[in-house]
Design a protein around this ligand. Structure first.
Ligand code: PMV
Length: 298
């Protein structure tokens, strides 16, 4: 069975596209996939009831991504891949990357190809490029490898270690957004007002560096404050929505150590950091909807 995790960016999204470091975690929810020889290439996606054929030039990104994935295997039988998606799409949890990783992992397994999770992450970048144009690589990397890690474009992933698990509550705003459009919006702001946007990136980089130390020291109170500050900078880049702000404020008011939007923004998800598991469960009930708890060990 192929598997790709969802991911949550703790700090550093968007700045990571422009060369700054970010910290992300792989969560246990994700995508599973199975591949088997068939009479023609087909990608089935549940629970959406989609059956897609590969199409290099089509309008449907999933069909183009599937074609890009199959092109990585020049000699192979026709394959039917069935994937089960357990993540909201367009929600900042790296859903597209998790599908890509699970699909490639399933094809590898069906063809008896052995490769490391690091090589799998690299191969899945071909899939991600179809969706995001200029992906930083953080989604496919965390999806394949998991844990808690510091990521910088072009560098090897740095796993972070701590003896204290992170209790996260992930809440979905119910509004989806396009990562490609949100990344393009930041680029436009950078081009029109480089001083302001570069200052924002520098601020985010400082928060990421301090967050690394806080995670390693198990200082989740400090980490929570850094999350709140990162959320404010992302808001100043016009990436946040009223709904995401309301959810973050509600979580903080209920005692969360910190809360922020995660991923591309413009909709999608937020998360809160809880001190303990039972507090995480209370925050999940407060946020309601599709929110869920994820405990991540560094
Ligand atoms: O919203 P997601 O899960 O696609 O995360 C995107 C993260 C960005 O930093 C905004 C883009 C990227 O390629 O890193």
């Amino acid at each position: 069975m192929g598997f790709g995790r969802g991911k949550v960016i703790l700090l550093g999204e968007h700045a990571v596209v422009h060369g700054c470091p970010a910290i992300a975690v792989g969560i246990e929810r994700g995508v599973t996939a199975e591949a088997k020889p068939a009479s023609r290439d087909l990608l089935r996606l549940s629970p959406w009831g989609l059956a897609l054929e590969p199409d290099r030039k089509g309008d449907e990104p999933l069909e183009r991504a599937f074609a890009a994935a199959l092109a990585l295997y020049p000699e192979r039988p026709a394959l039917e891949v069935s994937a089960q998606v357990d993540l909201p799409a367009g929600a900042g949890l790296g859903c597209s990357a998790a599908i890509g990783v699970a699909v490639l992992d399933a094809i590898d397994e069906a063809l008896g190809i052995e490769r490391s999770r690091t090589d799998l992450a690299e191969a899945a970048l071909a899939w991600e490029k179809v969706f995001h144009g200029n992906p930083s690589g953080i989604d496919n990397t965390m999806s394949a490898i998991g844990g808690v890690a510091l990521y910088r474009k072009g560098d090897a992933l740095v796993p972070l270690r701590s003896n204290k698990p992170l209790h996260l509550v992930i809440g979905y705003s119910g509004e989806s957004s396009s990562t490609k459009e949100m990344v393009a919006s930041v680029r436009r702001q950078l081009e029109s007002d480089p001083e302001r946007v570069n200052k924002a990136f520098q601020g985010i980089e400082a928060l990421v560096r301090n967050a690394k130390l806080a995670i390693e020291a198990g200082d989740h109170v400090a980490l929570g404050q850094l999350l709140d500050l990162n959320h404010t900078i992302l808001s100043s880049l016009m990436l946040c929505t009223t709904k995401l702000d309301e959810m973050c404020q509600a979580a903080r008011k209920a005692g969360a150590l910190g809360a922020k939007m995660t991923g591309a923004g413009g909709g999608g998800c937020m998360f809160a950091l809880a001190a303990k598991h039972d507090q995480a469960l209370r925050l999940r009930d407060l946020l309601g909807g599709d929110s869920f708890v994820s405990e991540v060990s560094a």
